[in-house]
Design a binder for this molecule. Structure first.
Ligand code: GDP
Length: 542
């Protein structure tokens, strides 16, 4: 038991959130490289990055599906949950935010805080997720560390606390200066940054570090007044004391530790991983998930103890040549290989035949998984994305998928009889993987009407059909299913009014405008600040 609890404390369920092009894929790939999960570095846009595994992602250069990859770093298990960055995949973003406990926001040192990082960052705030920030691309012309810090404050209303600063910038980026350990970190380029040299500060680097060190001490002293006294008295500040204060402040979300570097130039990635382990929470340190007992209609808080009744969310389903691999986040109890579990959404018993840790290059079979872990499970016959698996005598529902309303639809027609069967096979697979897709069949015309969360969502579906099933059904022009009305002031505030079922939701909203990929109007994303709202983010097409 004690051993299991210690193992739970060494898990980090981590998401990387970023605007497209901020360098999320490059950073993920470096993480896999330094944790020895891949053995060579491929340029992302040659399409060889390990995390982006759908061809259309490689072509578009964006990350669409949440994959999870488990890596080891300094005796800790980091589950790297790839969080989709595109606006059409907000449900996937929300679901991945639910299953992670901490996140790293990646920002481009030139582009700064861009609209999409703003959207996802705000969503992560709603889920009260402690975060670190990584200011990437410090090697690019125009890189400006302080500018991005300012934007974190003004645009994201975060309180950035630099724990590492770049040493140099643009083509003179030489490494990073650690203002907690007061040393310089230099990354050996002959080993692709794998060898890191830690050097004492000299006069120049000390002069660069001091103002940031003062800012760090002042901020940390808010929780420990004697720290400032000790600092002013010239006493050495122990690393463990500073780290404990940074950890506490991060978990309480009083500030966001900031790291800097360049993923592409192999600078600053390992210290960021050290930061993930040192400052982000284990599954035992976050508020425990809540579900609803569907029989008694009571709220239940998950108990992370390994001996509690099982509660697990299927947050992703991959169907590969007929084999279903479900990605689960366990919130309570233990799942053993061969266990029969109750699927509380499908009302069916099913068997978890095999349990895996998913690495970039292989699957590692496990006998069991405990609360807090993320694992892949084979053998579940009915499970769909969003389903809850639990103990039959303790039924629980963690997520209600029915609350997501598709916003756009298109009619699909097979080109011939042969294509018809494959089209149905393809739709079966995609509907199982993604319950936010809806299918209706017109009995008279035989047309299949597919609805999704946005134009790109449907585009990706067609692209996958072409690649995976070799079919190109005729697709009607996407039709907007419902248009919301909102009036916005120039400042980005507006009034929102919508009826959902028999409930009317109205109120003040904050609006975010996001351009659609192919000029089909604008997606307006709005945030309505009310807890009565069943679906905190809805989208409108105008
Ligand atoms: P993603 O869309 O956030 O996954 O971003 P990618 O990792 O695909 O990176 C977008 C582009 O930025 C690619 O051309 C990368 O090679 C480049 N890139 C990523 N990190 C850095 C960096 O640290 N410095 C520079 N100069 N370019 C970078």
């Amino acid at each position: 038991m004690a051993k299991r609890a210690a193992a739970q404390a060494r898990v980090r369920n981590l998401g990387i959130i970023a605007h497209i092009d901020a360098g999320k894929t490059t950073l993920s790939e470096r993480i896999l490289y330094y944790t020895h999960k891949i053995h060579r570095l491929g340029e992302v846009h040659e399409g060889t990055a390990a995390m982006d595994y759908l061809p259309e992602e490689q072509e578009r250069g964006i990350t669409i599906v949440s994959a999870c990859t488990t890596v080891q770093w300094h005796d800790h298990t980091i589950n790297l949950i790839d969080t989709p960055g595109h606006v059409d995949f907000t449900i996937e973003v929300e679901r991945s935010l639910r299953v992670l406990d901490g996140a790293v926001g990646v920002f481009c040192a030139v582009g700064g805080v861009e609209p999409q990082s703003e959207t996802v960052w705000r969503q992560s705030e709603k889920f009260a997720i402690p975060k670190l920030a990584f200011i990437n691309k410090m090697d690019r012309p125009g890189a400006d560390f302080s500018l991005v810090l300012g934007q974190l404050e003004t645009i994201l209303r975060a309180r950035p606390l630099p724990v590492q600063i770049p040493w140099g910038h643009e083509q003179d980026l030489r490494g990073v200066i650690d203002v907690v350990g007061m040393q310089t970190l230099v990354f050996d380029q002959a080993t692709r940054g794998e060898q890191v040299q830690r050097l004492p500060l000299d006069d120049d680097t000390l002069a660069l570090a001091l103002p940031w060190r003062e800012r760090l001490v002042e901020t940390l002293a808010e929780a420990d007044e004697s720290l400032l006294d000790d600092y002013l008295a010239g006493q050495p500040l122990e690393l463990s004391r500073l780290q404990a204060l940074i950890r506490a402040g991060t978990l309480e979300r009083r500030f966001t530790p900031v790291f800097a570097g360049s993923a592409l130039r192999n600078i600053g990635v390992q210290p960021l991983l050290d930061g993930v382990v040192a400052y982000l929470p284990s599954p035992l340190e976050v508020p425990q998930a809540e579900g609803v007992d569907p029989v008694r209609n009571q709220t239940i808080q998950c108990d992370p103890s390994p001996t509690a009744p099982l509660a697990a969310l299927v947050f992703k389903l991959q169907v590969e040549s007929g084999h279903r691999l479900a990605l689960l986040r366990l919130y309570a109890g233990t799942l053993h290989e061969g266990d029969t579990v109750f699927n509380a959404i499908q009302h069916k018993d099913e068997r978890a035949q095999r349990i895996f840790h998913l690495h970039a290059d292989h699957r590692e079979q496990r006998r069991e998984a405990v609360a807090g872990e993320i694992v892949g499970v084979m053998g579940l016959k009915f499970a769909k994305t969003g389903d809850t698996l639990c103990a039959k005598e303790h039924p629980l529902v963690l997520e209600r998928i029915a609350e997501y309303q598709p916003v756009i639809s298109m009619a699909l027609e097979p080109r011939n009889a042969d294509e018809s069967a494959r089209l149905d096979e393809a739709l079966d697979k995609y509907l199982a993987e993604d319950p936010t897709l809806r299918l209706e069949i017109n009995e008279e015309t035989g047309q299949r009407l597919v609805s999704g969360m946005g134009e790109l969502h449907l585009d990706v579906l067609l692209e996958r059909m072409r690649r995976e099933f070799g079919i190109s059904p005729r697709a009607g022009t996407p039709q907007v299913l419902h248009t919301e009305t909102a009036t916005a002031s120039a400042a980005g505030h507006g009034v929102f009014d919508r009826e959902l079922g028999d409930i009317r939701h109205a109120g003040e909203v904050r609006l975010f405008l996001e351009p659609m990929p192919r000029g089909a109007g604008n997606v307006v994303r709005f945030e309505l600040d009310t807890t009565a709202w069943p679906q905190p983010l809805v989208e409108a097409v105008s």
